[in-house]
Design a protein around this ligand. Structure first.
Ligand code: PLP
Length: 393
């Protein structure tokens, strides 16, 4: 019988390992073989082939991811968007209707408003903080509700418990993108969500060197999503599976460090006179801080902020920093800064961005694994520089 493990710290290192070990290998080997000898399989989906997501490297990784979020099963995909689009295309078919949070990752938002609309699947966007308004958007064709655990880039915390209750009451499939929190801070299936999605490109891999995605849920949902992915073809290659498995082993220590570091950085930024607003769920000033405390074990390494002086000040600040790298994406060892209006949310029209509160001057920060004091020092120097220009000094 396969050994099971109780704690996340142990699961990220040991869950999913083949027993007995393959040739005694301590690290799960890469099976870089497109196909495997026919062994009497009776279903197309069981033939061993990389696109069918079932090489030994995939199987071990799926078991680890499922164990990490206490799901029955998991599936990895070639990117976060491959996992998200394939899952949505499994749960919803033409004629169906979706309720989705209004402040979503730009790629997901674009997918829903363009591709989904072209397929005849309609979406209504909801204020996920205001459950009273959801009922009036329900239709007989509504099949699912889709939210993010911490929103990108404003770090809002939706009423996730109400989302689960609403889905159960109305027979909807509840889906959540858990990328920003990671299983270290939040495990959605334990709170009643049906499907948890990840861009593993971010915290789960954690090394800024692959793109990958995952979905975790019941065996019946994961089987259906796997068959859809087998047809759509967005499979993760075995070498990326190996890298993801290697990255997962340090997930807990990385994310806990990033949680602590981001909290200190958010507190220091909030006190600086050149700063107009800091969005971080761990700050007492965050409008849903108490809810975040009840839901999450930590508040992630993600924060966003605005300077007094808007977009011009933001640009000057970014130019004056020397430690963060100016790049989109998140969750890796390097501290990154980006302006969402120019990157992750550039596809959204400016009016929509304004309505959601994503100003042109908003800066998003992914806190890396560098020394916290060194990051803070660099940010404060850059802020002092911007403040001096504003004073005409
Ligand atoms: N979900 C969130 C919250 C993201 O931030 C991203 C990418 O930035 C994605 C999904 C898409 O992931 P990927 O780039 O791996 O396709």
């Amino acid at each position: 019988m396969k050994r099971t493990f109780k704690h996340l710290e142990t699961k990220v290192v040991r869950a999913g390992e083949p027993s007995p070990r393959i040739e005694g290998a301590v690290a799960m080997p890469i099976f870089q073989s497109a196909m495997f000898e026919y062994a009497g399989e009776t279903s197309y989906h069981d033939l061993k082939y990389i696109r069918l997501n079932n090489t030994p490297t995939h199987v071990a990784l799926h078991a680890k991811l499922a164990a990490m979020e206490n799901g029955e099963a998991a599936l990895v995909a070639a990117s976060g968007m491959a996992a998200i689009s394939t899952t949505l295309l499994t749960v919803l078919t033409p004629g169906d209707h979706l309720l989705a949070q209004n402040c979503l990752y730009g790629g997901t938002h674009d997918f829903l408003t363009t591709e989904f609309a072209q397929l005849g699947i309609e979406t209504d966007f909801i204020d996920a903080d205001d459950p009273e308004t959801w009922q009036q958007l329900l239709r007989p064709a509504t099949r699912a509700i889709y939210v993010e655990s911490l929103t990108n880039p404003l770090l809002q915390v939706a009423d996730l418990e109400a989302v689960v209750r609403f889905a159960r009451t109305h027979g909807l499939v509840s889906m959540i993108d858990n990328t920003f929190t990671s299983p270290v801070n939040f495990r959605p299936l334990e709170r009643g969500f049906d499907l948890s999605l990840h861009s593993c490109t971010k915290y789960l891999n954690g090394h800024s060197d692959i793109v990958a995605g995952a979905v975790i849920g019941s065996t019946s949902w994961i089987d259906r999503i796997t068959h859809r992915l087998n047809h759509l073809g967005g499979s993760l290659d075995p070498h990326a599976c190996f890298l993801l498995d290697r990255g997962l082993k340090t997930l807990v220590v990385r994310v806990r460090h990033q949680n602590e570091s981001a909290l200190q950085i958010a507190q220091r930024l909030e006190r600086h006179p050149a700063i107009a607003r800091v969005n971080y769920a761990g700050l007492e000033s965050h409008p849903r801080h108490q809810r975040a405390r009840n839901l999450f074990a930590g508040f992630s390494g993600m924060l966003s902020f605005e300077l007094q002086g808007g977009a011009d000040a933001a640009e000057r600040f970014i130019k004056q920093t020397t430690l963060p790298i100016i790049a989109p994406s998140l969750g890796g060892p390097e501290t990154l800064l980006t302006r969402p209006s120019l990157t992750s949310h550039a596809g959204m029209n400016p009016e929509e961005r304004r309505k959601l509160g994503i100003s042109d001057g908003l800066i998003r920060m992914s806190v890396g694994l560098e020394a916290t004091e060194e990051i803070i020092e660099d940010l404060l120097l850059a802020l002092d520089g911007v403040a001096a220009v504003a004073r005409g000094a």
